[in-house]
Design a binder for this molecule. Structure first.
Ligand SMILES: Cc1ncc(COP(=O)(O)O)c(C=O)c1O
Length: 362
């Protein structure tokens, strides 16, 4: 099942044959004539802000054995062979989708897929089509006519609607057509599955997906992201993903924080239970509401208030009562589906949730 697209192997082979294959090295023990740390400030530890700089891109001076070790620990935890860190989920998706699908390939993506994936696809040279949100029948029709190597991309939990993809069904359909499934787990990492490993791990699907993306700026309370997949995919991204190659590496402090928050979240069953309780409470209280609540079991609960002006006005009224809610406007969401996107947390109290809903209906 763990196939690698032929073009990817060939591109890496070409790089090796032309002696242009890039590998990550650690030269931190040598005298520095390679970093961009012109004033030595990357070594300075400010009392207020701690921290060292990473001094350059991963391929020049920004890589250390520790970075690689952290990546392997993340790969082990998220149950994939390899991991590669990026400065953000946006960078990860941009790099992956602009480099991996080749000319003549097809990318099929859910119509509600995140902007970072759309932008990546747009920078690449493959043909792409959207399918209706979570619509397996439409995806099947698209798969029947797709050409080249086919990549299907979905989110585990959708960032604006908060609903889940039926990953098992997507995996089966992809297998039927020999397509490669990629899952963006930005909103499930930390909160779903055993120790917060995400929806693919919860469903035992890691053997059946090509890659997944976990971001650390959401439930993990940090920033940065990893692309998890085979070691060949990791080699490929190191060589071809421009948002990895041509940017200063994520700082040592941020790398350590990522590992620490993943380990902390693994032990946070109590917080996950509190979050679940709050989601159930919110949904229960909203049952009586006449407003349209987009069906979702996740912390993302969206109340549709059509029209940019109407939803902005509603958000303003609620904010004046002391609750931070944000209006999500067209064109971020489709016209008529403008909404208040409510994010629930483990630490919101019952009283806060009740009062928020009261403020909403007044
Ligand atoms: C589904 C999804 N993917 C990727 C991203 C980008 O992640 P980051 O904020 O780390 O750039 C986000 C949110 O911003 C997201 O919701």
């Amino acid at each position: 099942l763990k196939q690698i697209p032929k073009a990817i192997i060939e591109l890496l082979q070409n790089r090796k044959e032309s002696n242009a294959f890039r590998e990550l090295t650690d030269s931190a023990n040598l005298i520095d004539f390679y970093s961009n740390d012109y004033l030595g400030l990357a070594q300075w530890e400010s009392k207020l802000h701690g921290a060292h700089g990473s001094t350059g891109s991963r391929l020049v001076s920004g890589n250390t054995n520790r970075t690689v070790q952290i990546e392997q620990e993340l790969a082990d935890f998220f149950e994939m062979e390899s991991a590669l860190l990026f400065n953000s989920g946006y960078d990860a998706n941009l790099g992956l989708f602009s480099s991996l699908p080749q000319k003549g390939d097809t990318v099929l993506y859910d119509q509600l897929i995140h902007a970072s994936i759309r932008d990546g696809i747009r920078l690449g040279r493959a043909t792409s089509f959207a399918f209706l949100h979570n619509d397996l029948a439409e995806l099947k029709r698209r798969l029947e006519s797709a050409e080249g190597t086919i990549y299907v991309v979905v989110e585990s939990i959708y960032s604006m609607d908060g609903d889940e993809a039926d990953l098992r069904a997507f995996a089966s359909l992809c297998e039927e057509f020999g397509a490669f499934l990629i899952v963006d787990e930005a909103h499930s990492g930390g909160i779903i599955g055993d120790q917060g490993r995400g929806l693919t791990s919860q469903g035992n699907l890691n053997e059946r997906i090509f890659a997944k993306i976990i971001t650390f700026g959401k439930a993990y309370g940090s920033h940065g992201a990893v692309i998890l997949g085979s070691s060949v995919l990791r080699d490929f991204l190191i060589n071809f993903a421009r948002s990895f190659l041509y940017t200063t590496a994520i700082s040592p402090q941020a790398q350590e924080r990522i590992l620490a928050v993943v380990q902390k979240a693994a032990k946070a069953d109590g917080a996950r239970i509190d979050l679940e309780k709050n989601i159930l409470l919110f949904k229960d209280l909203m049952k009586l509401s006449t407003f349209e609540l987009i069906p979702s079991q996740s912390p993302i609960q969206s109340i549709v208030i059509p029209g940019n002006s109407a939803v902005k006005q509603k958000a303003k009224i609620i904010q004046e009562t002391g609750y931070a809610v944000k209006a999500i406007l067209y064109p971020t969401v489709p016209k008529g589906k403008e909404r208040l996107r409510i994010c629930l947390h483990s630490y919101n109290s019952e009283k806060e949730i009740k009062n928020l809903i009261k403020a909403f209906h007044e």
